[in-house]
Design a protein around this ligand. Structure first.
Ligand SMILES: Nc1ncnc2c1ncn2[C@@H]1O[C@H](COP(=O)(O)OP(=O)(O)OP(=O)(O)O)[C@@H](O)[C@H]1O
Length: 625
């Protein structure tokens, strides 16, 4: 289907859910209704009441219409009270007709008012609901594990759920409109039943084929769209890398603009072709099914006309019955369309609700132990083994070491040796598959996550450059203290970010990043100083710096670490760095290789050992000679 590498063929209809499964999806509407009710009970009641009023209007109109016609027919049969309108009026025979016309007028004006009020209530309710959904979605996503965010499958589900949260606005009015139409149909059908019961039987014949046909196409369209989620995310991604300040430099210099446009065009076109194929089939079968229902209508119409000719029905009855049959037919079309929309959208609702069913696996225990502050003995990794989900190689295995209380430990090792993984295990972003990590003998899994996070200050190598003000960029390190200027300034001094902020035209109020107007970008090293200040916002017992100084110049790094050492005095600290000038300042150094420990000791001991550390140190030192 596509000439792009690695692309999958579209799904075959056999793998798609059956019509029955699709009907089952309708039960999700119940959940949706509960949510809508929760959004605003008053608005929900208002829309229901308005719709009941609107639903009864058609039968009332038709019946008044019938009475008017019958009255006119009756009046044509009586002896005229006089030649002019004045005589007719004075005789009083026109009064019933006048009242009937006034009632019809009130019904028409009333419906208009009800419809407008309904539109207003629906639009308010659906916006409120959509906002609430987005908030609940963000809140739920925030509870999930890092594992979820690092998996493509989860990203697909999140993307589908997001689309649903934002795009389900019409579902609400369609669903309520459906209920309204069904009430109208019931009243009209009851009227029809009184005159010609078996006509009712014709109705299902006229609309069933269309319902089933539409249901099938909906499900195809849904399946296609679901199947294409990875491609849609890829489209988003291509669009993103093609037009952001972060990527512009490289895209321009490598001349990748054309390549990206081409890739986007091909992918978008493939999706377009598949969608139009379904749309074309749907249009064709839709026309056939519509013709079936029209034929049925005219069959019934012929029957009613015949019964009127034979005198079984009055002219008013004819108007009432043909009008109500015509409306029923129109309503069935509307219900059909609404049903297909509701059924289609309820499938998408599954995407939304099933996202809420994803549960985090890393949770605080029911009765967490108290965090051992201050730490007395230290942190221990005991035979720790860990594999990333969906991989079969161990990122770390049989790992045992300790970081003594108050000690600064450095981790060194080649790329992929497992350094960042150790940090993720130590902060319980992941749980080990084997062994355990303890603080003062307490397994991390016995502590509350909040405690762990508030006692550990971490800055990762891929820290976030928040497009917020300088103050907020530091304040987010301890969100409860984000308004504490004194604390922010102290953290900035400790990380040397104060000199960076001092040079900004608006100081701490300066918007950083290039995303927003008046934003000011910083150099890589300057961003790092700001990020390190975030770690200092916490009076954390454990400080972790995962290669945060890579972009700092040599002088700045020496200074940052001198401060780090003095601040870390008494605190337990872990640093990861590829620079030996930094590493040698640590109290003890672990050399990692392929997820295990190769060597351990102080700088002097390791150099004396003449092993891997000595070799790597020598290599780097030689570069400076
Ligand atoms: N989210 C992930 N999913 C699957 N594998 C991963 C993931 N993150 C890391 N790995 C793998 O786990 C191993 C250890 O990675 P880790 O990030 O701990 O290395 P590191 O020592 O910090 O490397 P670097 O010096 O490059 O930062 C590597 O083989 C890596 O490919």
């Amino acid at each position: 289907m596509t000439d792009l590498p690695g692309r999958r063929p579209p799904p075959s209809p056999e793998t798609a859910p059956t019509v029955r499964e699709q009907f089952q999806n309708l039960r999700l509407l119940g959940r949706l209704l509960v949510q809508i009710w929760r959004t605003s009970p008053a608005m929900t009641i208002a829309t229901v009441v308005l719709r009941i009023i609107a639903a009864l209007q058609p039968i009332a109109m038709l019946y008044v219409g019938k009475l008017i016609i019958d009255e006119v027919v009756r009046l044509t049969g009586i002896t005229a009270p006089g030649p002019g309108f004045a005589e007719w009026w004075a005789s009083g025979v026109l009064y019933p007709l006048m009242w009937l016309i006034i009632i019809e007028l009130v019904l028409v004006i009333g419906l208009d008012i009800v419809n407008r009020a309904m539109g207003l209530v629906d639009s308010i309710l659906s916006e409120l609901h959509s906002n609430q959904m987005s908030v609940e979605l963000m809140a739920h996503a925030a509870r999930l594990d890092l594992r979820h965010f690092e998996s493509a499958e989860y990203q697909d589900r999140l993307e589908r759920a997001r689309r649903q949260a934002a795009g389900r606005n019409t579902l609400l009015s369609v669903m309520f409109g459906q209920a309204q139409n069904i009430v109208t149909v019931a009243t009209l059908a009851a009227g029809l039943f009184v005159y010609a019961p078996w006509l009712i039987l014709l109705l299902p014949i006229s609309f069933m084929p269309a319902v089933l046909g539409e249901a099938r196409f909906n499900q195809l369209a849904y399946w296609l769209s679901r199947w294409r989620t990875p491609e849609r995310r890829e489209l988003e991604y291509i669009r993103y890398i093609g037009a952001t300040p972060e990527t512009a430099k490289e895209i321009k210099l490598f001349g990748l603009g054309g390549f990206l446009v081409d890739r986007f065009r091909k992918l978008a076109h493939t999706i377009f072709l598949e969608n139009t194929r379904v749309a074309r089939q749907r249009a064709f079968w839709g026309a056939i099914f519509a013709a079936i229902s029209t034929l049925t209508y005219y069959g019934a119409y012929g029957f009613i006309v015949w019964r009127t000719v034979t005198g079984d029905f009055t002219i008013g009855d004819l108007a009432f019955l043909s009008g109500s049959f015509l409306r029923l037919n129109g309503l069935f079309q509307a219900i059909l369309l609404g049903f297909t929309q509701v059924a289609a959208q309820s499938m998408y609702l599954d995407d939304l609700f099933s996202f809420f069913e994803i549960q985090p696996g890393i949770l605080s225990p029911e009765a967490p132990k108290a965090f051992p502050a201050p730490i007395r003995s230290g942190i221990r990794f005991e035979n720790v083994g860990f594999r990333y989900p969906d991989t079969d190689t161990w990122a770390v295995r049989d790992l045992s070491f300790s970081i003594n209380a108050g000690e600064t430990l450095a981790l060194v090792g080649e790329n992929g040796a497992g350094k960042t993984t150790i940090v993720k295990l130590l902060t319980r972003l992941y749980d080990p598959d084997e062994g355990r990590v303890t603080i003062d003998g307490i397994d991390l899994r016995e502590l509350s996550l909040e405690d762990i996070h508030s006692h550990v200050g971490v800055i990762f190598q891929d820290f976030i450059r928040y497009s917020l003000t300088a103050r907020e960029n530091i304040g987010v390190g301890r969100i409860e203290a984000a308004g504490d200027q004194q604390r922010i300034e102290t953290a900035a001094e400790q990380s040397l970010a104060d000199s960076v902020i001092g040079k900004l035209p608006q100081g701490y109020d300066q918007q950083l990043g290039r995303l927003f107007k008046q934003g000011r970008d910083l150099s890589g090293g300057e961003w790092q100083k700001v990020a390190i200040a975030r770690a200092y916002m916490r009076s954390a017992d454990i400080l972790i710096l995962d290669e945060p100084t890579a972009a700092l110049d040599a002088k700045a790094e020496a200074e940052v670490f001198a401060r780090f050492k003095s601040l870390a005095a008494g605190r337990t600290a872990l640093i990861i760095s590829h620079r030996f000038s930094t590493v040698r300042m640590a109290d003890r150094i672990l050399v990692l290789e392929a997820g295990g420990i190769l060597e351990a000791g102080t700088h002097a001991e390791l150099v004396a050992l003449g092993g891997r550390y000595a070799e790597l140190f020598e290599l780097q030192a030689a570069g400076y000679r």
